[in-house]
Write a protein that binds this ligand. Structure first.
Ligand code: UDP
Ligand code: MG
Length: 135
């Protein structure tokens, strides 16, 4: 059954000019891109998006990084979209992400890891609303 997930191409990947390669991979994996927008998030927008990680030691650095440049936010649709996009992204830390995953190919560090993906149906619905509601 078709499912929706939220993907983000993070500032490190946009700066490296691999946006096109990542979007091609998304299409090759059978996703339909139903919304897509490039934005420069404010610190506040990044903080709100990652509010679930507020108590983590990496929160401040992460939200500074995410607001350091342009990002591409995508609404993706496919059968099993959430799990499939997580498997195409690879593990959070590019150093241990499997060969062939986007994070292994393009990630720089556990923070600057090229892409984001929702981790479950509830977070996907919340994250899609966060960027695309009322637009
Ligand atoms: N992150 C970080 N340090 C860590 C763990 C995570 O900077 O030790 C960053 C990284 O950019 C990651 C994001 O915080 O993608 C959200 O972390 P999460 O555990 O949700 O990983 P993800 O779901 O993105 O794989
Ligand atoms: Mg996560």
């Amino acid at each position: 059954m078709s499912e929706r997930t939220l993907a983000i191409i993070k500032p490190d990947a946009v700066k490296k000019k691999v946006t096109g390669k990542i979007i091609q991979r998304i299409e090759d994996e059978g996703f339909r891109i139903s919304r897509m927008e490039m934005i420069r998030p404010t610190r506040g927008l990044a903080e709100g998006f990652y509010a679930v990680h507020k108590s983590k030691p990496f929160y401040s650095s992460l939200t500074e990084f995410m607001s350091s440049g342009e990002i591409v936010v995508l609404l993706l649709e496919r059968d099993g979209a959430i799990a499939h996009w997580r498997s195409v992204m690879g593990a959070t830390d590019p150093a241990v992400a499997a060969p062939g995953t986007i994070r292994r190919a393009f990630g720089f560090s556990i923070e600057r890891n090229a892409v984001h993906g929702s981790d479950g149906p509830d977070t996907a619905a919340w994250e899609i609303d966060y960027f695309f509601k009322n637009k």
